[in-house]
Design a binder for this molecule. Sequence first.
Ligand code: FNR
Length: 427
Amino acid sequence: DEVYRGGITGRRPVVPTAFPALERRARRVMSRRAHAYVAGGAGSEETVRANRAAFERHRIVPRMLRGVGERDTSVEIFGHRHEHPLLLAPIGACDLVHRRADLAVAEGAAHAGVTMIVSNQAGHPSEEIAPRATAGWWSQLYWSTSDDLVDSFLARAEAAGAGAVVVTLDTTTLGWRPRDLDLGHLPFARGLGIAQYTSDPVFARLTQETADRASDAKRSGAGPSTRRPSPTPTPAAVRTLLEISRHHPGAFLDNLRSPLPRAAVETFLRVYSRPTLSWDDIATLRSRTRLPVVLKGVLHPDDARRALDHGVDGVLVSNHGGRQVDGGVAALDALPGVAEAVDGRAPVLLDSGIRSGSDVARALALGATAVCLGRPWVYGLALAGAAGVSQVIRDVLAELDLTLALAGARTVADLELAPFATAEPAV
Ligand code: FNR
């Protein structure tokens, strides 16, 4: 209604309505590095494209004359009623895109009435984001190599009022991302997206230990000079950075030239993600937090079953927007199998490829309880801060509502998809 009325009075939206125009416009205001980081995917970006192609293989069959006036797409998740079946996917390093970063995202999400999943690599500490996210927020966790840090993040999420914790499984190490490699760019090494860490008391202790070790080594003359990498055991993250510099000379030092003390950057790279993460770790999680636990990155029905066997409360079907495994399965293609395995015992969320309300309708019809919106809101943020985020969300929700109305569906359960997925995507 609001969109139509705006059209009648000639009021223009603050950001373009359709995704391709939104991205094009945002690209103009973003730095090359920021756009490459947000838009890019792993390898040849085949999985980024597959995520979209999967949506285009499913068609809604509109049903007529069903007398659909009011629609209801609200859902209950973990005892909390969400007015809309949509949350914001956690996206790190938003400080690369907008000065107010996650503060603006929280305000935009709250204005649109949706829950925000705050990234572990947010540009602000969650304690500052939480009061602005008045429609709710969940906390996303990358499982650190430091158990103490994991416990600290969990305790902080609980204390600040998170509705759930989302553990991201698919990023035990960063994917191979040619666009970032070519620009020699790793935002975290520049001190972006590490506010959750630098505001953490356990992280402060670990950083102090790194600094102490470096100065001891320097004093004894046995250690490396300050211009060389630290003598701490080489974690996968540092290996990735070294790998980058092997192919792209200069990138390592360039990335270490950041406003943060070098000890903090090195500590971050050492602790941010645990390459050996296994089901044994998940088994400990239930006793470590009273928050509902969602596993993000589940793509196989057996992993979904196992998650529930481990006391997990929900799964998020996702391939990280095609940023991790190039050639990996499209998230939407993985959804029906996961939904069948879960069989209504827990919420099943989906992200990776949602660009419109029609996409949301198709994901819900294929078994998702709700979806998470990713890159589109980042472009809204880049263009118009909180107002841009809010409008991007509200456009998607408005189109979802219209899609249901025009398809003759009062709720998602009434939606009908064509009995076959078309063999080829439309584009
Ligand atoms: C992400 N994603 C992500 N996921 C996560 O669990 N923690 C994070 O910090 C980030 N950071 C991040 C940064 C950027 C720039 C992107 C694009 C993505 C993944 C994100 O939550 C989600 O899975 C994808 O964005 C979904 O794909 P689409 O819909 O954006 O293509």
